[in-house]
Design a protein around this ligand. Structure first.
Ligand code: GAR
Length: 191
């Protein structure tokens, strides 16, 4: 089984969707979550991870340079055996040191087409620009911000959305299914 570490910074709804699929769904027997890591002590998703019986760890980045913090995270991760790092709403840009260390092993979900939008607030961007459909993107992480090789994309129909919240709600529903489906496709031949 492929061992995964999930990184979160907040509510962790994508993380929960993945944990569910690992426990009883499409990722059962394929992926085994060994750790949920957060850069935020108060990330809501940490409690959820504990409910699923998954080990959690946190480290605060406060006052630390990006590279210094990431080196601490690498040290922490050295206690664990794992194959992939799955970013699920991890709101930090990873330093070159970190990306090089786990090259080709870090996967992220971005709530827009990374060719068109990078960084934060992708659903607000979609709403403000009145685009009729957006694309959820799962991609490998490289040294840039949302510039890594695209693994898969899924279109979300946004017609009729009246608020940014509505856009997010539709998008998240797709994210929750699509991330696990994509992980399944990557990992199914790995064991
Ligand atoms: C998700 O929409 C995820 O795609 C996005 O943050 C949200 C996290 O929600 N990630 C990014 O914007 C990364 N650039 P969650 O904590 O409930 O999964």
């Amino acid at each position: 089984m492929t061992k995964i570490v999930i990184f979160i910074s907040g509510r962790g709804s994508n993380m929960e969707a993945i944990l569910k699929e690992c426990k009883n769904g499409i990722l059962k027997g394929i992926a085994e979550p060994v750790l949920v890591f957060s850069d935020k002590k108060d990330a809501g998703g940490l409690e959820t991870a504990k409910k699923y019986g998954i080990k959690t760890e946190t480290l605060s980045a406060k006052g630390k340079k990006r590279q210094e913090f990431d080196t601490e995270v690498i040290n922490l991760l050295s206690k664990y055996k794992f194959d992939y790092i799955i970013l699920a709403g991890y709101m930090r840009i990873l330093s070159d040191v970190f990306v090089k260390k786990y090259s080709g092993k870090i996967i992220n979900i971005h709530p827009a087409d990374t060719n068109l939008h990078q960084g934060l607030h992708a659903y607000e961007w979609a709403f403000k620009n009145k685009i009729q459909e957006t694309k959820i993107t799962v991609h490998y992480v490289n040294e840039g911000v949302d510039t890594g090789k695209i693994i898969a994309q899924k279109t979300v129909d946004l017609t009729g959305c009246k608020t940014s919240e509505e856009v997010e709600k539709r998008g998240l529903a797709v994210e929750h299914q699509f991330y696990s489906e994509t992980l399944y496709n990557i990992l199914k031949n790995n064991h």
